[in-house]
Design a protein around this ligand. Structure first.
Ligand code: HEM
Length: 139
C-alpha cells in the first residue's frame, strides 16, 4: 500500500495540528483516554508514563506523522522508534497500532473545530502511512 498525501493535503494536516494543539491539553487528554481504553495491553504499557511524558510522546509522534505524510520526508529518528516498538522492544502488534490510529481519529474529531470528511481522510491516511513503517512488508 502507498498512503501518500499531496502537498496541499499535507498543508491541511499541519493546519489541523495547529488547531488541535491550540486547544491546550484537551486534545492530548482525549487521545490518551481513548488510547488506554482501547486495549488492556496498551493501558498496561502506558501505566509507567506520566502525563507530561505522554504529551511529549504524542507531540513527537504527530510531528513524524505530519512530516512523512507526503512520502518525501522519512525522519531518521523513525528507525530507532521502529526498533524500540518492535518484537525486541515494546512488541506493539499491528492491531494495537490500528488502535493508536483509532484513538487519534476520535481525538481529532472531538477537538478540531474545522473537522470535516477531508480532515478525517488526511489524518487517517497519514496515520496509515506512519503505521506502515512499523510493520515488516510481509506482516
Ligand atoms: C499501540 C501503539 C503504541 C504503544 C502502546 C506505544 C507505547 C509506548 C511506550 C510505553 C513508550 C515509552 C517507552 C519508555 O520510554 O519507557 C513509547 C515511546 C514512544 N513512542 Fe510509542 N507506542 C505506540 C505507538 C507509537 C506510534 C505509532 C508512534 C509514532 C511515531 C510512537 C512514538 C513514540 C515516541 C516518539 C516515543 C518516545 C521515545 C523516546 O523519546 O524515548 N509510538 N511508546
Amino acid at each position: 500500500m502507498n498512503y501518500v498525501l499531496s502537498s496541499a493535503d499535507k498543508a491541511d494536516l499541519i493546519a489541523s495540528l495547529a488547531r488541535l494543539t491550540a486547544c491546550g491539553g484537551l486534545f492530548y487528554r482525549t487521545f490518551y483516554e481513548e488510547f488506554i481504553a482501547a486495549d488492556r495491553r496498551i493501558k498496561q504499557l502506558m501505566s509507567d508514563t506520566d502525563s507530561s511524558r505522554r504529551q511529549r510522546i504524542l507531540a513527537q509522534s504527530l510531528t513524524f506523522t505530519v512530516l512523512g505524510a507526503d512520502g518525501v520526508t522519512a525522519p531518521q529518528e523513525l528507525r530507532k522508534l521502529i526498533d524500540s516498538h518492535g518484537p525486541n522492544g515494546l512488541n506493539i502488534s499491528a492491531d494495537m497500532m490500528m488502535k493508536w490510529r483509532g484513538a487519534l481519529l476520535r481525538a481529532v474529531e472531538k477537538h478540531d473545530p474545522e473537522y470535516n470528511n477531508n480532515v478525517e481522510h488526511i489524518w487517517g491516511t497519514a496515520a496509515l502511512r506512519l503505521i506502515e513503517h512499523f510493520q515488516p512488508p510481509d506482516a
